[in-house]
Design a protein around this ligand. Structure first.
Ligand SMILES: C[S@@+](CC[C@H](N)C(=O)[O-])C[C@H]1O[C@@H](n2cnc3c(N)ncnc32)[C@H](O)[C@@H]1O
Length: 413
């Protein structure tokens, strides 16, 4: 009979693998234990922090033999911030972890084995984010610890682009020099055209703030536009886009280009009449694909994104795309004679009704872009009844975190 696991006790273990959130996994006395920040093959003493019915959580008490892939995290807040999850792992190994995670989930939940799986594309693990959101409390700015509203004050974020950090430093200086001002929420976004949008909320004297933000092209303060155009401009593969504060837009420019090129290549030689771009955001994918097909219809629930999508259509003189504002699940029944459907849903994936109607519409191909391989695998399980997976392309949109973007092309059997 195995001894029961004891809370706060230390155990000598060798970590067997990483779970899908990047944590170390090991079995102790027949109980599955998730060990924070441990890497496969590490020999360590672990301290049990919590015991549930089917698993326990632990932290490393003492490292005995560290993985050769362990690196010193390049951020003083890594242990407390929670925004990054695997910064302690060498980047090439992070990529391997993400590839393996997608393969495992597709096999386990969708029964997909031996599919055409492209090597993951990843580059530049630091200073890649072109959008960042900070929170504030009593003159301090920082990030909320994951899943809490506990503020972790930070001076710099090493996964955020340097020009955004520069603006952030200026805002910290402003708070220090004008302590009667307070900031509750701060969003900064930069485009590849070097336009910077600052969206700030709090108790702020504008005449005191504005001299610190000379480099920003667009500033909103408490939802009022106080400088520049109401949007910033972005250029993607020769097409101009407008981004408003609440528009969805990918946060890693280089990897976004990789992702969009993969999708464009797929549509290049197809002779499609009608393509749906569901969850289209500012219409980026539909617009990029519109030059290869007769007609595209985009569906998106956020009105600011639809405004941006329509204005992109006008600026670029694109006539074969239409955008519908509404929820996909409410609009999906109104379509027929569709050749291909592109879906790029939020992490929750596709709802049951949308999946059912997609199958009823019987498009020749489906392109599924996913930021969560768990819901991707769940939805593919339904789609593979009628569709064959042609290609899987992982893209590392979010280095140093466990998140990964995947594009899957499916063809009707
Ligand atoms: C992952 S983003 C994709 C955006 C776009 N395809 C792109 O590449 O920029 C998901 C988008 O789906 C939208 N969305 C979320 N739930 C929705 C729903 N039920 N119906 C329509 N749009 C939805 C969000 O507002 C967001 O713009």
């Amino acid at each position: 009979m195995l001894e029961e696991l004891q809370l706060n006790h230390e155990y000598d273990v060798t970590i067997t693998k990483q779970d899908h959130f990047g944590q170390g996994l090991v079995k102790v006395n027949n109980m599955l234990v998730f060990v924070k920040n441990a890497l496969p093959e590490e020999v360590c003493k672990i301290e049990i922090m919590d015991i549930k019915k089917a698993f326990a959580t632990a932290r490393i008490g003492k490292m005995i033999v560290a993985s050769k892939f362990r690196v010193e995290p390049n951020c003083p807040y890594y242990a407390v911030c929670g925004g990054c999850h695997i910064m302690h792992e060498e980047y090439s190994k992070q990529l391997e972890f993400k590839e393996q995670k997608i393969k495992e989930l597709l096999e386990r939940f969708a029964g997909l084995k031996d599919v055409c799986f492209y090597p993951i594309v990843g580059d530049k693990p630091f200073y890649y984010r072109n959008k960042v959101v900070f929170h504030g409390k009593e003159n301090q700015l920082g990030f909320y610890q994951e899943k809490t509203n506990h503020l972790v004050p930070v001076k710099t974020c090493v996964i955020t682009e340097k020009p955004l950090n520069k603006i952030y430093h200026e805002i910290q200086k402003f708070l220090l020099e004008h302590p009667s001002n307070t900031i509750e929420h701060l969003m900064i976004r930069k485009t590849s055209l070097h336009q910077i949008l600052v969206d700030i909320e709090g108790t702020i004297t504008l005449t005191e703030l504005l001299p610190y933000l000379e480099e920003a092209t667009t500033i909103y303060c408490n939802h009022q536009l106080v400088k520049g155009n109401p949007f910033v401009e972005e250029s993607i593969l020769g097409i101009q886009f407008k981004i408003y504060p609440s528009s969805f837009f990918q946060v890693n420019y280089e990897m976004m280009l990789v992702l969009y090129r993969i999708i464009m290549n797929f549509y290049q030689n197809k002779e499609y009449h009608k393509v749906l771009d569901l969850y289209c955001g500012t219409g980026t994918i539909g617009i990029l694909v519109s030059s290869y097909v007769e007609q595209v219809i985009g569906v998106e629930k956020e009105s600011a994104s639809i405004i941006a999508a329509n204005s992109c259509k006008d600026i670029n003189r694109i006539s074969n795309i239409t955008f519908i504002e509404g929820k996909v699940e409410d609009q999906i029944d109104s379509f027929q004679d569709v050749d291909s459907i592109i879906v790029d849903p939020p992490r929750s994936g596709l709802d049951h009704h949308t999946l059912e109607i997609i199958l009823n519409l019987q498009p020749a191909t489906i392109t599924y872009i996913s930021c969560d391989p768990v819901t991707l695998a769940r939805d593919l399980k339904t789609l593979v009844a009628d569709y064959e997976v042609l290609e899987v392309h992982p893209v590392d949109m979010f280095p140093n975190t466990y998140h990964v973007e995947t594009v899957v092309f499916l063809e009707r059997k």
